[in-house]
Write a protein that binds this ligand. Sequence first.
Ligand SMILES: *Cc1c(COP(=O)(O)O)cnc(C)c1O
Length: 485
Amino acid sequence: MDELRPRVLSDLEDDALAPAAEAFTRIAVDYFAATRKGEGPVSTPLDAAELARRFDEPLPAEGRPLEEVVERLRVDVLADSNRLCHPRSMGHQVSAPLPAAVWTESLIAALNQSGAVQEMSPVGTAVENRIVRWMCDLAGFGPRAGGTFTSGGTEATFTALLAARAASLPSAWKDGVGAEPPVVLHGEHAHYAVARAVGALGLGTDAAIAIPSDGWRMDVSALEAALRRQEECGRRVMAVVATAGSTATGSFDDLDAVGRLCEERGLWLHVDGAHGASALFSSTHRGRLRGIERARSLAWDPHKMMLMPLSAGVVLVRDERDLDAAFAQRAPYLFHGAEGERSPDQGKRSFQCSRRLDALKVWVALQRYGAGGVGALYDHLCATARAFHAAIGRREPFEALHEPEANILCFRYVGDRSLDPERLDALNLRLRELFNRSGEGWITTTVLGGKRVLRVTVMNPRTTGSDVERVLDGLERTGRQLAEG
Ligand SMILES: *Cc1c(COP(=O)(O)O)cnc(C)c1O
């Protein structure tokens, strides 16, 4: 080992020079170029076992030249990764990331400022607090608002509900939630992050009560009835969770109506806007979030519709003290400052300790493209989803399950409408699998209203109307083969 030490120390210096950096950026640039025109497959035809075999090798005892490692990235990693920048990639809610934010990632890593504590990220903390403030302003939260970056929407919703728990059961941190914990009401199409948080917070998942929907959004009168039932049986409500941009259909709950119900009863409203809160950047779509300012907390993922590379999430609260109260812990070795005064240390408000400075790439993206540019991209993605919906309307063998409110659309192959429901469900499931394996495009599937459906999410500004037609051509061809076979 001793003879290795000087070599590795000198390798570190070589790898810090421009040629090494260029070797990495070159692959990324080539990837952007190779996917620009929609050539080549969207995803790999190889299955999990085949890919595992490629990496089935002993732990490398010694290093090797950087060029060889970069070449392996190109051949073994890049070639079979899902190509989200390909214009016919329309799968999950993961972006074709904004290039300026992509390049910022290497700077975030190079600087390695831990976002937990001001003294460890003096500029980073200022940048993060600034972005949080901008987002609070967009949400119409007042001067007392605050928040923190998170790993994503799941952590954001967990943190928000932890704050709601501290408000509802201040002693729960120390004493636990007791035998009769309060309940959380949420729409039936809420993300699993809600029930997961309820479970993780010790309330028991029976305390997560699903409210039926009306047109894929939370039925407000059903919510009102459920709130009345809780009052009648004397059970406390810890929070109501509304969704702004649901995972399945991209639908927006009526935040104004839900917010009023919560205000009348003094209840905590959490809005899961992981997907849809970015509509606040769009003058066309902002109205879907009318009433957002009634929320006590908001989850908002820049890595969804602000097209950041993974990961970047944010939780905002209308009163920052609610977040400070959520984590009632001290750590004299880390957090300084007197009790009661506002601390710039984000670690006090966050589940995470060591933390990447994800705020920096959001800041760079806003500097480069502006709030207007981010809003224009939001509109563009939604317009492409609407074009998809219109194209389905022109094709007999398909039916749409809803009009897209955002960039998400569920539809299904129905052929000549002669197949029975079970057969159709099986066909659509198989159709998605075969289509994705073809490399022609990449879509997802879910179950909606008891039916197996196909689902697209437009997360790539490069996707055009002709990509939409080509995806539908491929699905139609495959669907016909399956219906005949
Ligand atoms: C994506 C999403 C989540 C989960 O967020 P992650 O960033 O994946 O943790 C939660 N809720 C909604 C509505 C989402 O779209």
